[in-house]
Design a protein around this ligand. Structure first.
Ligand code: NAP
Length: 376
């Protein structure tokens, strides 16, 4: 059953069959419904805006006071309750996604919250008071307008749902489409205790594979064990290359690789015959001017040929046809208790939990210090 944020008795909610829905209290626009009365939408809001291109998030982004946007025909206006931090937030603020897009533009890729306004076409699928998660631009704001087609209904406003939108979907679709996993194979996941790594570990395990996961602390290694990782490697305490050589002399069949640079080189070297390396990202280079960590590219063709191995790139927006089914499957697994969606809300941060729009800056720093356990 879906309930409005105010619950069955609050804000003029009515029961429509099995679904509690708040009444639309103010139809003051000709093309959209805005719930001014029930949700108290202010006229202005705060938003994180990229005002100059830079991979240094703090210098690229400023907090601005702007009018609350109005949804178009196919859009939802969402009051954000949780937003997700992604490693690529700094690629986006550096203008690396679409060089034709010039500042100012909104930052942030995903959120979960309540629908407080919507366009006429969007009202065929959603209504005011629905709780939704979305994958779209400009999420680091108090309110965001998102096309209804990029939003999914969720049973309640919980950050765990948010972990699935980009991080979970990336692992699920990449391993399914590019991993060609077979039972009994060995899978290496780098940045395994992070937002997307935690899902790669679990999906590889569900496929019957032996899973190795890299991370930078014993606390993260302990977490990895709880989600089924067979061999967590804290690369700060153990030599990663030596450990892989010694314990996996045959090599690994699949690598889910997020770090890049020397870790990518090492992963190529440890591929088994017919191994597949999936390039998920290269976070170790994102803070540099080029965004690219150096790799030993000249020797790559010879290394791949000798092992009939392959390197495969994955970028989530290219796999949107798989997206809805993948998300629905992961939601089901989470609700049935079969999938851990670990969220890092900053409880261990010296300045405390990440609450409020300004804390996005701290959360980005936290991730780039390698301290997040689960999805920031
Ligand atoms: N291709 C796609 O469509 C797609 C979609 C989503 C994410 N991604 C990629 O997935 C990777 C992880 O992203 P995420 O958002 O889920 O982040 P995350 O894994 O939650 O956080 C990043 C983690 O990377 C590890 N790390 C290793 N070397 C690092 C370095 N030099 N600097 C900073 N962190 C380093 C850190 O953990 P440990 O050091 O403890 O391991 C850190 O906690 C990124 O490469 C990102 O671009 C790709």
């Amino acid at each position: 059953m879906i309930r409005s944020a105010l619950g069955p008795k609050g804000g003029g909610a009515v029961l429509l069959g099995e679904v509690w829905r708040r009444t639309i209290v103010d139809l003051s626009y000709s093309a959209c419904f805005m719930d001014f009365g029930g949700s108290r939408i202010p006229s202005a809001m705060r938003k994180l805006v990229v005002t100059r291109l830079s991979q240094d998030f703090r210098s690229a982004v400023t907090v601005q006071r702007v009018p609350v946007p109005t949804p178009d025909d196919g859009d939802l206006l969402i009051r954000n309750r949780f937003v997700g931090i992604n490693a690529s937030d700094i690629n986006y603020s550096a203008g690396r996604y679409d060089p034709s897009v010039k500042p100012p533009f909104g930052a942030g890729f995903e959120g979960v919250g309540e629908v407080v306004g919507l366009g006429l076409s969007a009202s065929s699928r959603f209504t005011v008071g629905d709780t939704v998660a979305y994958f779209g631009e400009g999420a680091f704001a108090e309110y965001t307008v998102v096309p209804a087609e990029r939003s999914v209904a969720v049973p309640e406003v919980k950050p765990e749902f948010l972990t699935l939108l980009v991080s979970g979907a990336t692992a699920h679709i990449a391993l399914r489409r590019l991993g060609d996993l077979a039972e009994g194979e060995t899978v290496l996941v780098t940045a395994a205790a992070g937002g997307t790594g935690q899902f790669a570990v679990q999906f590889a395990k569900m496929a019957g594979c032996h899973v190795i996961g890299t991370c930078s602390s014993d606390e993260k290694a302990g977490f990895l064990r709880t989600i089924g990782c067979d061999r967590p490697i804290n690369y700060k305490a153990e030599d990663l290359a030596a450990t892989l050589r010694k314990e996996y002399p045959r090599g690994v069949d699949v690598v889910y690789e997020s770090v890049g640079g020397s870790v990518f080189d090492l992963a190529v070297d440890c591929l088994a015959t017919k191994g597949r390396l999936i390039v998920i990202g290269f976070i170790s280079g994102y803070r540099s001017a080029s965004g690219l960590p150096p790799v030993a590219g000249r020797t790559l063709p010879a290394k791949l040929l000798k092992k009939s191995a392959s390197v495969r790139g994955f970028f989530l927006p290219h796999f949107l046809p798989d997206y809805r089914e993948s998300l629905a499957g992961m939601m089901r697994m989470f609700l049935e208790g079969k999938l851990t969606c670990e969220v890092d809300r900053g409880d261990g941060h010296p300045e405390g939990r990440f609450v409020g729009l300004e804390s996005v800056f701290r959360a980005v720093d936290h991730m780039y210090a390698g301290r997040n356990l689960g999805k920031a």
